[in-house]
Every structure is written in structure tokens, then in C-alpha cells.
Design a protein around this ligand. Structure first.
Ligand SMILES: Cc1cc2nc3c(=O)[nH]c(=O)nc-3n(C[C@H](O)[C@H](O)[C@H](O)COP(=O)(O)O)c2cc1C
Length: 162
């Protein structure tokens, strides 16, 4: 954590990335975020209608990003991850396995372009508008979800015994 915490203070952009396991972020990321606790002081201060710890360090304004992938095609897969990182820009890809398929890459081209565009804007410290944010969080139609389920089940039928 020594180098992570010192780099963290210097960084302009912090990126957290995780696959969704059992509806949650990985334990690696949970452990890391818990170990950030010493960067806060123990005092409880009022913040709007809630309470927070003040930062131990003078911090420059930073942006943070949460990148998450899931196996299910439903956006609900990210509910916990998004709630844990409410201040981050969310980039979420359900049924991320489809990106390994050339047809999936074509289907996700809008998402891929949006990620590149958002990355450039972040580095240039420019605002990311709500329509771009929407493209960064893939939502499949009911038909597409059904196709994803069928494709996955076909794969399991062909590759699992019994
Ligand atoms: C132990 C385990 C638990 C998982 N739980 C979920 C889950 O609750 N919801 C979901 O949508 N995907 C789940 N997945 C699928 C992963 O999210 C998916 O494989 C991952 O995002 C793809 O990234 P990877 O290639 O790094 O595994 C799970 C995968 C594993 C191995």
C-alpha cells in the first residue's frame, strides 16, 4: 500500500477495475479500498445531510473511474459496485464475454468508441456529457439478452460433461 497511497495522492485520475463476482466487486478491490482508511482522519464531520471523515492530506481535485465487467447480460449485475463507488465515472460492460467474439466487437463498437472518447476527455480535463455516460454503461435489449443466454447455454452444453 505504501506506493499505492503515495501515487494515489499524486494522481490526476484514479481507475478502479473489477469483474463482478457473486454480485460484488472482487475481494482484492474491497481489501484495497479498506486499506485506504488511514488516508482519512478519524473525526466525524457533517457533509450536507450525511457524515464523513476529513482527508488526512491536502488533495488536489481528482477524477475517479470504476470499470466493471459481468457475465450476466443484466445491468443489475453492477448495483453493488456502482453503490460502492458513487462518485466515480462508471464504465460497465455486462456479458463482457461477447467482446471476445468478432460479432460482439461489432455490436459493442459504440461502447468501445465511447470509452476512447471518454478517456480523451478525462485526460484533457473536459466534461463528459450525460449521453456519453449512457454509452459507457451498456444496456442490452430483451432480444439481445435472450441471444446472450442462448449462446452461453450452447457453450456450456457443448463443453460440460453430465
Ligand atoms: C466466481 C465467479 C463469480 C461470478 N459471479 C458473477 C455474478 O454474480 N454476476 C455476473 O454477472 N457475473 C458473474 N461472474 C462472471 C464474471 O463477472 C465475468 O467472468 C467477468 O466479468 C469477466 O472478466 P474475467 O475475464 O476477468 O473473468 C462470476 C465469475 C466468477 C468466476
Amino acid at each position: 500500500m505504501d506506493w499505492i497511497i503515495s501515487e494515489y495522492g499524486e494522481a490526476d485520475i484514479i481507475t478502479f477495475a473489477t469483474p463482478i463476482y457473486n454480485g460484488n466487486i472482487t475481494h482484492y478491490l474491497q481489501k484495497m479500498t479498506k486499506r485506504f482508511l488511514p488516508t482519512a482522519l478519524p473525526w466525524l464531520v457533517e457533509d450536507g445531510e450525511t457524515t464523513r471523515h476529513p482527508s488526512r492530506y491536502e488533495r488536489k481535485p481528482q477524477k475517479s473511474i470504476l470499470i466493471a465487467t459481468a457475465g450476466f447480460p443484466d445491468h443489475q449485475a453492477f448495483n453493488i459496485a456502482k453503490a460502492l463507488f458513487p462518485l466515480s465515472l462508471h464504465i460497465t460492460l455486462p456479458a463482457s464475454q461477447i467482446i471476445a467474439d468478432p460479432d460482439g466487437v461489432i455490436y459493442l463498437q459504440d461502447f468501445i468508441d465511447a470509452v476512447h472518447k471518454a478517456a480523451k476527455l478525462l485526460v484533457q480535463r473536459e466534461a463528459i456529457n450525460p449521453s456519453l455516460v449512457e454509452k459507457l454503461n451498456v444496456q442490452y435489449s430483451a432480444e439481445m439478452k435472450q441471444m446472450i443466454r442462448e449462446q452461453a447455454n450452447k457453450y456450456f452444453e457443448a463443453n460440460l460433461e453430465g
